[in-house]
Design a protein around this ligand. Structure first.
Ligand SMILES: CC(C)(COP(=O)(O)OP(=O)(O)OC[C@H]1O[C@@H](n2cnc3c(N)ncnc32)[C@H](O)[C@@H]1OP(=O)(O)O)[C@@H](O)C(=O)NCCC(=O)NCCS
Length: 153
């Protein structure tokens, strides 16, 4: 068993002109790539093996991100099944040249599957839930996991 805090992952990156459109707004796909990398680190830290992305749910863009701004991506496990892990990802944006505090720009849930060294799904540790908020999220995502299992059959 492993706690959520043990695998929490944070990735920060300043946005550059080659990541943006001509008006200076960063492409959504650039941020999604950072989210996938950060979520993948959390999944691999939990599973201690390779993990691949199989699904993205509830991706929401709340704020546009501009060239020169700092993107801070945070990923933590929301739910763990037998071989799959759902990771809650929050992207904050910070303007480095103003006093304003960071704001949430995107959120999503990414699902990863742990693979053994033959490329087959392999078991992951159970999650230790430590807070009321983690418990609430775990129960909600467990229901989603069970719903998805039903329609995949
Ligand atoms: C990951 C992969 C090997 C799983 O193969 P599979 O035949 O679907 O395996 P299973 O049916 O045994 O499912 C394994 C787990 O993944 C989950 N899963 C598989 N596909 C899923 C999907 N589309 N959405 C949510 N969960 C999914 C299953 O629920 C199961 O979870 P559990 O063990 O916790 O109950 C296969 O789907 C794959 O290779 N996908 C491509 C991954 C990839 O290349 N990603 C991009 C690059 S990182």
């Amino acid at each position: 068993m492993k706690s959520i805090s043990e695998s929490k992952s944070i990735l920060s990156e300043v946005m550059l002109p080659n990541q943006a459109n001509p008006t200076g707004i960063v492409h959504g796909g650039e941020i999604m790539k950072i989210m996938d990398s950060c979520g993948g680190v959390a999944a691999m830290r939990h599973a201690k093996t390779n993990a691949v992305t199989v699904r993205v749910d509830e991706l929401v863009f709340y704020k546009s991100i501009k060239v020169g701004q700092l993107v801070i991506c945070e990923a933590e496990l929301a739910f763990a099944g037998k071989t799959s892990m759902e990771v809650k990802i929050t992207v904050k944006v910070e303007d480095l040249v103003s006093e304003c505090s960071s704001e949430i720009a995107l959120t999503a849930f990414f699902t990863y599957v742990a693979l053994d060294n033959t490329g087959k799904p392999c078991p992951v540790p159970e999650l230790i839930i430590e807070t009321e908020e983690q418990k609430k999220t775990f129960e909600l995502r467990k229901q989603k996991y069970l719903d998805i299992k039903k329609y995949r059959k």
